[in-house]
Design a binder for this molecule. Structure first.
Ligand code: DAH
Length: 335
């Protein structure tokens, strides 16, 4: 074998070696006392004088290269041995993915229903002024309705909004009717946590302003909404109510989906559940904004309450406790 081919063969064997024993036998085979390269080096004197210098130089170069490669390979094998054992064929570990919160999922579902009915989505600030939260909504400072909306005040006199109704005013200030909007968002009140109260909750506000809108339009819109959320057989009932910003005002109740009106613990034996507050927008509000010739209706609903009714959840606190076992039931992303 010529020296070049021998060189290639040895380098390949060193590269392929995977244990110290293997590498040691390669060393003995080529560089040992009776090793192949050693033999060649010893017989350099026998080759013709003309070729001797070239052959001697090459053989010595190979000897040094082999020794270096063997040393490096030995180090590499020793290093690998000290690494923790690793099975590269094992499947990877998937990172846990987050999912949407049940209230976000339901809020989105409700928004989609109204979008199909031609409503647009508008949002407003959670930090509000008294003007938008109360005064502009026909609730002056001495109005008893303010009592039910006790909230958190900032040092500068602003407050955390108690409902999404201020968005009605903010929208009408910027856009002239006809318009149809809904506004989802967080609201706050000074309520201590208990199974049905929370100092923060999510509402969806609705507003439809045009000419010749009637209570029948309001009932039809809310009835369709209820059927989309609770199923097409759900029965709705409207009762007179009171809100300072609507006249007349109404409440929509749905037949309890759990007992079908018979009375159970979910509906507190009433057979029905209050779902939406609504009414015809008070003419004072439209007049003060310069839209006296228009009329329309507004409504507001608590997403937490609707979720509790739809999914039979008996404690509002579950929405805030970040219990993964609870939350995962609603996450349909199947991650
Ligand atoms: N803002 C009311 C509340 O939080 C709910 C409501 C009632 C909104 C009647 C409306 C409405 O727009 O017309 O209690």
């Amino acid at each position: 074998m010529d020296l070049e081919s021998l060189g290639e063969e040895v380098k390949l064997n060193i590269r392929k070696a995977s244990s110290i024993d293997e590498i040691e036998s390669i060393r003995i085979k080529y560089l040992g006392k009776k090793g192949e390269l050693t033999k060649i080096l010893h017989s350099i004197g026998d080759i013709p004088a003309k070729e001797r210098p070239r052959a001697g130089k090459l053989a010595n170069k190979l000897k040094n290269e082999f020794s270096e490669l063997i040393k490096e390979k030995k180090e590499e094998i020793t290093k690998q041995k000290s690494l923790p054992w690793m099975d590269l064929s094992l499947p990877g570990r998937k990172p846990t993915m987050g999912g949407l919160h049940p209230l976000s999922i339901l809020s989105q579902e409700i928004q989609d229903i109204f979008i199909q009915m031609g409503f647009s989505i508008v949002t407003g600030p959670e930090i509000e002024t008294e003007y938008y939260n109360f005064t502009a909504l026909n609730t002056p400072e001495d109005h008893p309705a303010r009592d039910m909306h006790d909230t958190f005040y900032l040092k500068d006199g602003r407050l955390l909004r108690t409902h999404t109704s201020p968005v009605q005013i903010r929208t009408l200030e910027k856009h002239s009717p006809p318009l149809r909007i809904i506004s989802p968002g967080r609201c706050y009140r000074v309520d201590t946590f208990d199974p049905i109260h929370s100092p923060t909750f999510t509402q969806i506000e609705g507003l439809w302003i045009d000419k010749d809108i009637s209570m029948a339009d309001l009932f039809g819109t809310l009835d369709l909404f209820a059927k989309k959320i609770f199923g097409k057989d759900v029965k709705t009932e409207f009762f007179p109510s009171y809100f300072p910003f609507t006249e007349p005002s109404a409440e929509m109740w749905i037949e309890c989906p759990f007992c079908k009106g018979k009375g159970c613990s979910v509906c507190k034996k009433r057979g029905k559940i209050e779902t939406v507050g609504a009414g015809m927008v008070h003419p004072n509000i439209l007049k003060s904004l310069g839209y006296g010739e228009f009329n329309g209706f507004a409504f507001g609903m608590g997403v937490d309450r609707i979720a509790m009714t739809k999914y039979d959840i008996d404690d509002i606190r579950l929405f805030f406790q970040n219990e993964l076992q609870f939350l995962r039931q609603f996450d349909d992303s199947k991650l």
